[in-house]
Design a protein around this ligand. Structure first.
Ligand code: SAH
Ligand code: SF4
Length: 350
C-alpha cells in the first residue's frame, strides 16, 4: 500500500499531473498525508522559494444579496449587524496598510449592489495611487462590470467555485447558477485579471471524488491563485448542525493543488487557523506561500463573520502585520518585498 501512494506522490512532484483516482487515494489514505505535505513543501521551495506574500485584507461591506447556506453574511441572517464602509474610510484603511508595508490589498465584501462599478472604480483609482496591486473578491458580476473594474486598476480577482459538484453548489447556493460562476471565471481570465478560485472542504454531501475534481478544475483553468478553506458551520445559518471540514483534509487539498499547479499563489487561509492553532504556519510548510492579514479596523472585524471563531478579532492592523511577520521568520521564511504576481518559471528549463 505504502508503495502505491509513494509512487503517486513522486509522479505528481515530477510531472505535476495526476489522474482523478490517484487524487482520491491521496485524499483518503491516512499514511499519505505527511509525504504529501513534504512533497508540496519541496515544490513550493523549488518554484516559489522561501518568500511569503502578505496581502492586506479590507472587509469593506458585510451586506450581501445572496443566500449561501454556509455563510454568516447570507441575506436571511438577521443576527448580523450590517455595515458598509464609505470610500473615505476604505482609502484610509488602504493608506494605513500601504504605510505598514503591504504591496497588495484585497478588497472583499458580500455581493453588495451599492458598490456599482462606478463607485468602486473611484476607490480603485485612488488606491492605485498608493502603488499597490489590487485584488477584488466581491462575487459575481456581468462581464462589462468586470471590464470596468479592470480598467480602473484591479489586477486580480478571487472567486471560489466552492465545489465543482454542480448539483451540490446549486443546493447550497440557492438562486445561483454554477455555470454562471464558471462564466465569471472565464470572463475574468479573458479580461486579463490574475484569477483565483478555490473550494470549501467538508461541505455536507461533498464527496472525496468531487474534491478530486476540484483540484483538476483548478489545473484545467490554469488559475493564478487557489484558496482552499475548511467549511466551518455557522450557528446563524441553515447548516448550523453540519459537521464541517477538517484541517487535515483542507491541507491535503492544498498540498495536492501545489503539486499540480507549482507556480500558483496559494494562501494559508484564516479558516485553517480557526480550526488549528498555528494552522497558517503549518499550511505554509505544506505548500502555501501567501498570508492575508486583516487590515480592517477592529470594530468591523467582528461584524464580518463568515464563520464562527474568526481569528485576531481584537488585533489592530499593525499588530497583525508584526505578529504574522515574526511567525513567518521563525519558520525560516522571508517576507516578499514585491507585489507578488504569479511567477511563471519552469525550473526544468531555467
Ligand atoms: N461574496 C464574495 C466574497 C466574500 S465570501 C463571494 O462569495 O465570492 C468569501 C468566501 O468565504 C467564500 O468564497 C466562501 O468560500 C467562504 N466562506 C463562507 N462561509 C464560510 C464558512 N462557513 N466556512 C468557511 N468559509 C466560508
Ligand atoms: Fe454572500 Fe459571499 Fe457569503 Fe455567499 S459566500 S452569502 S455571496 S458573502
Amino acid at each position: 500500500m505504502s508503495e502505491k501512494f509513494t509512487v503517486l506522490i513522486e509522479q505528481a512532484e515530477k510531472e505535476h499531473q495526476l489522474p482523478a483516482e490517484a487524487i482520491v487515494t491521496l485524499l483518503r489514505e491516512p499514511a499519505a498525508a505527511e509525504p504529501l505535505f513534504a512533497a508540496a513543501d519541496r515544490v513550493r521551495q523549488r518554484y516559489i522559494g522561501p518568500q511569503v506574500e502578505l496581502r492586506g485584507l479590507i472587509e469593506f461591506s458585510n451586506i450581501c444579496k445572496q443566500n449561501c447556506m454556509y455563510c454568516g453574511l447570507r441575506r436571511d441572517n438577521r443576527e448580523v449587524e450590517r455595515y458598509r464602509l464609505d470610500a473615505k474610510t476604505i482609502l484610509e484603511f488602504g493608506q494605513r496598510a500601504a504605510e505598514l508595508g503591504y504591496k497588495t490589498l484585497v478588497l472583499q465584501s458580500g455581493e453588495d449592489d451599492f458598490f456599482s462599478s462606478d463607485r468602486l472604480s473611484f476607490v480603485l483609482t485612488e488606491l492605485k495611487k498608493l502603488g499597490v496591486a489590487l485584488t477584488l473578491s466581491i462575487g459575481e458580476k456581468m462581464r462589462e462590470e468586470y471590464a470596468a473594474l479592470r480598467a480602473a486598476g484591479a489586477d486580480r480577482y478571487l472567486l471560489r467555485i466552492e465545489t465543482t459538484d454542480k448539483e451540490l453548489y446549486e443546493k447550497l447556493d440557492p438562486g445561483m447558477s454554477w455555470d454562471n460562476r464558471v462564466r465569471c471565471l472565464h470572463d475574468l481570465k479573458e479580461l486579463g485579471f490574475e484569477v483565483g478560485t478555490g473550494s470549501l472542504v467538508g461541505l455536507p454531501g461533498q464527496s472525496i471524488e468531487s474534491l478530486a475534481q476540484d483540484v483538476l478544475f483548478f489545473k484545467q483553468l490554469d488559475v493564478d491563485m487557489v484558496g482552499i478553506g475548511p467549511f466551518i458551520p455557522n450557528p446563524d445559518t441553515p447548516l448550523a448542525a453540519a459537521t464541517g471540514g477538517t484541517f487535515d483534509l483542507a491541507c491535503r487539498m492544498m498540498a495536492l493543488t501545489r503539486l499540480l499547479l507549482p507556480e500558483a499563489n496559494i494562501p494559508a487561509t484564516t479558516a485553517m487557523e480557526t480550526l488549528q492553532p498555528n494552522g497558517r504556519m503549518l499550511a505554509l510548510q505544506r505548500g502555501a506561500n501567501v498570508v492575508m492579514p486583516n487590515v480592517t479596523d477592529t470594530d468591523y472585524r467582528k461584524l464580518y463573520m463568515l464563520y464562527p471563531g474568526k481569528i485576531c478579532l481584537n488585533d489592530a492592523p499593525a499588530d497583525c502585520r508584526s505578529c504574522v511577520s515574526e511567525k513567518i521568520e521563525a519558520i525560516g521564511r522571508t517576507i516578499s518585498q514585491d507585489q507578488g504576481f504569479r511567477r511563471r518559471r519552469n525550473p526544468a528549463v531555467s
